[in-house]
Design a protein around this ligand. Structure first.
Ligand code: ZN
Length: 207
């Protein structure tokens, strides 16, 4: 499993990707977006709640697309996080399955090492799946001491740096896109205004 750092970043990204679904500006009304942001981050971490059932049951049915669909539809019945039932369900599904995607690329050694842990993605079918390409270090969680091992400190630092860097790059690209949109608007305005501003001078000269 990856740490909650990577999964929380994925929940945050899901929230940002859905920002177009919200009616008001995020920066102006950020307080009202805290509950949906919190729910999406919780959902992105939810599959690892099976750790409370014991290490033997970890990466079981909660790490499956089947449970992702069931939870998304059930949550959408309770709370529409976006306008519409299916839009909400898709948003919940994206947050939950982001966990599966990250765990899919998690293993003990980075690279084409095939050291993934495997998940029963199509549970109740018990066949497990993991990527041969490993991009994220797995967290040791056999006991309390293992949780605070140096390997885990390194894994958390690695996740913070890589996922943080992806977030910063995403923000920069998004700001550039916004800037180019804002700079593009006056050109359109001036084009539409041209006939109006030119009209009186033509009329005056004709008079
Ligand atoms: Zn997991």
């Amino acid at each position: 499993m990856a740490s909650p750092i990577a999964h929380s970043f994925a929940g945050f990204w899901t929230f940002l990707a859905a920002r177009g679904r919200f009616k008001t500006r995020l920066t102006a009304h950020w307080r009202q977006y805290l509950p949906p942001l919190g729910v999406l981050i919780l959902l992105a971490n939810a599959p690892d709640l099976d750790l409370f059932l014991g290490n033997a049951l970890h990466r079981g049915f909660t790490h499956s697309l089947t449970v992702a669909v069931v939870i998304s539809v059930a949550l959408s019945c309770i709370w529409r996080i976006a306008p519409g039932f299916w839009r909400s369900a898709i948003l919940y599904f994206t947050a939950y399955s982001s966990h599966l995607l990250i765990d899919f690329f998690t293993g003990t050694k980075i690279g084409w090492t095939n050291t993934g842990f495997g998940m029963p993605l199509f549970w109740p079918w018990h066949k497990t799946f993991s990527s041969p390409l490993i991009l994220i270090f797995g967290i040791h969680h056999k006991n309390f001491a293992a949780l605070f091992s140096l390997d885990n400190v390194w894994a958390c630092t690695y996740e913070t740096l890589t996922f943080g860097a992806i977030t910063v790059v995403g923000f920069v690209l998004w700001k550039r896109k916004l800037k180019s949109r804002i700079l593009g608007k006056p050109k359109l305005k001036s084009r539409t205004k041209r006939p109006i501003s030119e009209a009186p001078t033509h009329l005056l000269s004709n008079l």
